[in-house]
Every structure is written in structure tokens, then in C-alpha cells.
Design a protein around this ligand. Structure first.
Ligand SMILES: [Zn+2]
Length: 335
């Protein structure tokens, strides 16, 4: 190859890299030339890849992620161990457009998260603006208490904490969203259905809640639960999508961060209510039943998934899903 041809090829290659970086969020781009040196440590089935600035937090994240992995093994009982990578990335190392920084995602088995201890996860910081916090009220006071804000704190203090606090975003990203994304990774590896979306996202939401409750603390898990519920119950005036079934159809590609977070708030409520109805842990039975009925299929219909849920609950959930969530065939229950 001549030098000129080499340069031309190199330029084409760089163009491809730029093209890849412009790909939709969720698709990791190849590392750009001159990538900063990343650190890597493995414990059990988890390899944590992280930016050097996160060394102190990595000491905590790695054992947590490894314990979460044992949690998934108990739940999913995979035929062989599933090794996973968790990428904890500062802004300079983010594999996507800089504007997507903070929007967490799973790709294959692996999870990609913003290093909230280093840089503000800009996408997640947008969520607080959609919560109508300035209106105040009992739920704002409740979350103020859970955040440990002093008595007499104003709604503006709550808003600031949920938008600007590094401490809060570490709790949200490392201890909640990390197990959420790694649960997706497990479902992807085991070929559990990714559709319906409400099942795929709801399972990850509830699994993350249970893990945080067990491995961190019930109070911390409830802080995140209440955070999502504040958006779910209060966010309507600032949201583009307020119809759950429509949000479900639009999915990740059609929703911006606050709308997508609102949808996730609804899913936490949906799974919470089902577990309350069941009177015991929902996921062990549910995961086993979904594996039996739907394993190896990327898509199942709403109706079929609702049947699986009904089997797990021992009652017909068709009307509940249709009336409360707009999922399944509404016409079946409202002639
Ligand atoms: Zn998700």
C-alpha cells in the first residue's frame, strides 16, 4: 500500500469513527485514537473498567457489582456463569456523543454508566426539572427527609439536590442503575424477551430495587423509589408523554430522558403493586416462568406476557393491565 493510499484509508477510517459516534445512543462507538488509559479490575464474574479518577469509588463498586452478579445467578440460574463488564466512564471516556453523557445503557452483556463521582451525568440531571418540585407538598417533604436535608428545607433545596448533588447521583447511578443495566445484560445473554418493553425495563427496575434494598439498605432503595414516584405522579405538566401505553410503544428511541424516566417510574410502581398483590417476592417465580414460556424469543406479545404474569399471580391480570396501564386488549374488558 502506498503512503497516499494509506492516508486515504486512514481518513475513511476516521470518517467511520465519526459516523459511529453519531450513531444513536446505546451503541458504543469504537474508542477514539489516543483514548485515555482505563483501569480494569475483575472480581467473580464482573470486570469493572473505569476512569482513573474513580479509583476510590471503584473499590466499592467492584465488590457491589460482584455481589449483584450472585443475586442474578440465584434468580436466573444460568447453565454457565455469565461474565459481564461494567464501564464506569468519565466524560472524557464516554463512548457516545457528549450530549448523551449520563444516559446509561446495556450493550450485549455489558453496562455503560457515567462516572457520577467525576462528572455530572448531564442526562440524569434533566430529570429533576420535570418533577414539578417547586409546587411542594407532602411527597416533596418526604423525599427531602430521605435525602437527609435539614428540617425547613424548601422545595428549591430539594430541586437543587436532585439536580446537582454528586452524592445523590452516585447513589442513583452506582447502586441502582448499575444493577438495572447488568440485569439487562443477563436477559440479553440468556435471550429472555426484550419485548414487550414494559417487561424488559420493568424487570430491570424491580431487580435493581430488590438488590439495592438487600445489599445497600431499605432506606436507600426507598429513596430511589420515591424519586421515581415523584416524577411518575407529579411530572405530567412538564412531560411530552403521559400515556403509559404510548410511552411503551415509543421506547428508548422515541423518548427523551425525562419522559423515559417517567416511564421507568411507572414500571417501578407496576412491579411494586404486583409484588404487593402477591404478598411475597415476585421475581423468582416470574423469571422462571418467563424462561420456561418465552426463553429464546426476543419478542412476545403483550397478551402472551400478561398470560405469563397471570400464571405467576394465580389470577387473570388481563383487566388490571388493560385498565390500569393500557396494555393488552382494552376492548376485551371494555366492550
Ligand atoms: Zn433499562
Amino acid at each position: 500500500m502506498t503512503a497516499a493510499a494509506g492516508v486515504a484509508l486512514f481518513l475513511v477510517y476516521c470518517g467511520m469513527l465519526r459516523g459511529a459516534e453519531a450513531a444513536p445512543k446505546g451503541i458504543p462507538a469504537p474508542a477514539p485514537a489516543g483514548e485515555r488509559h482505563m483501569r480494569e479490575r475483575t472480581l467473580g464474574q464482573i470486570t469493572l473498567v473505569y476512569s482513573a479518577e474513580s479509583e476510590p469509588l471503584a473499590e466499592q463498586i467492584l465488590p457491589y457489582a460482584a455481589k449483584c452478579s450472585q443475586h442474578r445467578e440465584k434468580l436466573f440460574r444460568p447453565p454457565a456463569p455469565i461474565p459481564q463488564k461494567a464501564f464506569w466512564l468519565a466524560k472524557a471516556d464516554w463512548r457516545g456523543k457528549p450530549a448523551t453523557y449520563g444516559f446509561p445503557y446495556a450493550s450485549g452483556k455489558d453496562a455503560y454508566l457515567a462516572a457520577a463521582d467525576v462528572d455530572m451525568p448531564t442526562q440524569l440531571a434533566l430529570i429533576a426539572d420535570a418533577m414539578d418540585i417547586e409546587k411542594g407538598g407532602a411527597d416533596v417533604e418526604r423525599i427531602a427527609a430521605r435525602l437527609g436535608l435539614p428540617k425547613g428545607s424548601t422545595p428549591a433545596d430539594v430541586h437543587r439536590r436532585l439536580k446537582e448533588s454528586k452524592e445523590f447521583f452516585v447513589v442513583l447511578t452506582a447502586w441502582y442503575i448499575l444493577p438495572h443495566e447488568l440485569t439487562h445484560g443477563y436477559c440479553n445473554a440468556l435471550r429472555h424477551p426484550a419485548q414487550p418493553r414494559w417487561f424488559y425495563e420493568g424487570l430491570a427496575q424491580w431487580a435493581a430495587y430488590c438488590v439495592q434494598q438487600e445489599l445497600r439498605s431499605p432506606d436507600e432503595a426507598d429513596l430511589i423509589y420515591e424519586y421515581y414516584q415523584l416524577l411518575w405522579t407529579r411530572g405530567a405538566p412538564h412531560l411530552r408523554v403521559t400515556d403509559f401505553a404510548k410511552a411503551d410503544r415509543l421506547g428508548a428511541a422515541g423518548l427523551d430522558t425525562p419522559n423515559y424516566a417517567w416511564y421507568h417510574g411507572g414500571l417501578l410502581r407496576l412491579f411494586h403493586d404486583l409484588e404487593e398483590m402477591k404478598g411475597e417476592r415476585l421475581l423468582p417465580d416470574l423469571v422462571r416462568r418467563v424462561g420456561d414460556r418465552c426463553g429464546g424469543r426476543s419478542t412476545v406479545s403483550d397478551q402472551e406476557m400478561i398470560r405469563v404474569f397471570s400464571e405467576v399471580m394465580g389470577r387473570d391480570l388481563g383487566p388490571w393491565f388493560a385498565e390500569r396501564w393500557g396494555l393488552g386488549r382494552v376492548s376485551d374488558v371494555r366492550p
